[in-house]
Design a protein around this ligand. Structure first.
Ligand SMILES: NC(=O)C1=CN([C@@H]2O[C@H](COP(=O)(O)OP(=O)(O)OC[C@H]3O[C@@H](n4cnc5c(N)ncnc54)[C@H](OP(=O)(O)O)[C@@H]3O)[C@@H](O)[C@H]2O)C=CC1
Ligand SMILES: CC(=O)N[C@@H](CCC(=O)OP(=O)(O)O)C(=O)O
Length: 349
């Protein structure tokens, strides 16, 4: 008898969706029983993604919560913000466990969501119910739960880089500046002028300055840790590469600490966690060193002249920033080892 967890993917024809499919090929406890599309049901996913030829043989299903519940136990919603907010309530009502990859359920205050996302917020009850699945920080809260809101890509790189120092009180949260860069797959598969090859190749551009929807997510988590409101300066930039996020953070140190002390603090914080790798002093990570993997690599530099700490944190936006982290959350929900199916060595070079 097959005792595998039956999994469905809504938004399977997007970048997050196909990344889930790639990782599930190596997961011993999961069977994909439905790949779902709102626009191409009945077609083969390999029509749009020839790299999935012979990987997924069943045709795409439509978006019907009752039908999904008859085929699967758990559903990933890799759908745009606004879509997840409308769809997830019916999936939960149908009795499915849900892991949502969008930003729709991350912010606990609906009015803050509406201010930054410009869509009607989900109900207060569902915002309360959604567990923010940053496994390294809130893993215990994820265990055994039915509904997880997967963190954003930039917040994942940024928060994993900041939290140990903020929690220890070693940096002043009011001085945090975050300079973040992303590859273009962060914007999804839909084409736009901004992501057009001729616009992005050999180019480097800032966008959504002081207006990015991930600002309140970062501030919500840091505020919960410090116990008082935190505001951050957050700049996002597109770089001409496919995958990867580098988040570079600057903050004032509250006391004197060496690079080695910072490294020791972070190694202690992430002790026994599979996916955060803390670099030796003077060795800083690059995006290629995590590409295709669920790792977040972090490096530091203390500047005794300015009293500031620089933190560099890198992830693959589609893996640790989206689908890999979502699978890590699924593993924790199900009471499995968090790294099940995720032990992928980065693709290098
Ligand atoms: N790309 C990234 O690095 C990250 C993305 N995210 C978030 O994850 C989610 C998915 O992102 P990504 O895969 O990049 O996005 P894509 O744009 O690549 O894919 C989104 C998919 O959603 C499906 N979709 C669109 N409208 C509907 C609808 N009304 N009902 C059901 N499905 C619909 C589409 O497929 P179809 O038309 O076949 O239904 C589409 O393929 C987004 O919320 C994104 O913000 C989070 C972290 C990182
Ligand atoms: C490069 C790029 O465009 N990235 C996207 C990330 C969007 C995303 O992941 O959105 P949610 O997490 O809010 O769902 C952006 O900056 O808006």
């Amino acid at each position: 008898m097959n005792n595998k967890l039956r999994v469905a993917i809504v938004g399977s024809t997007g970048y997050g969706g196909v990344e889930l499919i790639r990782f599930f090929q190596n997961h011993p406890q999961v069977e994909i029983t439905s790949v779902i599309s709102s626009s191409s049901s009945g077609e083969s996913i390999a029509d749009g993604f020839p790299h999935l030829t012979d990987v997924i043989r069943r045709p795409l299903d439509g978006v019907d919560p009752a039908e999904i519940a008859s085929r699967a136990d758990l559903v990933f919603t890799a759908t745009p913000s606004g879509v997840s907010a409308k769809l997830v309530p019916s999936l939960l009502e149908a009795g499915l466990k849900v892991i949502d990859l969008s930003g729709d359920f991350r912010l606990k205050d609906g009015s803050v969501y509406e201010q930054w996302y410009k869509h009607p917020a989900p109900s207060a009850e569902l915002l309360e119910k959604a567990v923010y699945g940053m496994a390294e920080v809130y893993g215990d809260e994820v265990k055994g739960k039915d509904f997880i809101s997967n963190p954003g890509c930039y917040p994942t790189a940024t928060l994993l880089g900041l939290i140990p120092a903020v929690e220890a009180g070693w940096i002043d949260p009011s001085t945090i500046i975050i300079d973040a860069k992303s590859g273009v797959s962060g914007a999804g598969r839909g084409t736009s002028l901004t992501n057009h090859y001729a616009e992005m190749n050999e180019n480097f551009k800032a966008y959504k300055l002081n207006k990015h929807q991930h600002i309140p997510e970062i501030e919500q988590v840091l505020g919960n840790i410090t116990g008082s409101p935190v505001t951050v300066t957050f700049t996002t930039q597109l770089v001409p590469m496919t995958r990867g996020i580098m988040s570079t953070m600057y903050a004032k140190l509250t006391g004197e600490h060496s690079d080695q002390e910072i490294v020791d603090l972070y190694r202690k914080y992430y002790e026994n966690r599979s996916f955060v790798r803390v670099r030796e002093p003077g060795i800083w990570p690059s995006t290629k060193e995590v590409s295709g993997s669920n790792y977040c690599d972090i490096g530091f530099s203390v500047d005794p002249r300015t009293g500031r700490l620089t933190i560099i944190s890198v992830i693959d936006n589609l893996v640790k920033g989206a689908s890999g982290q979502a699978i890590q959350n699924m593993n924790l929900m199900m009471g499995w080892e968090e790294n099940l199916g995720l032990n992928m060595t980065p693709v290098y070079p």
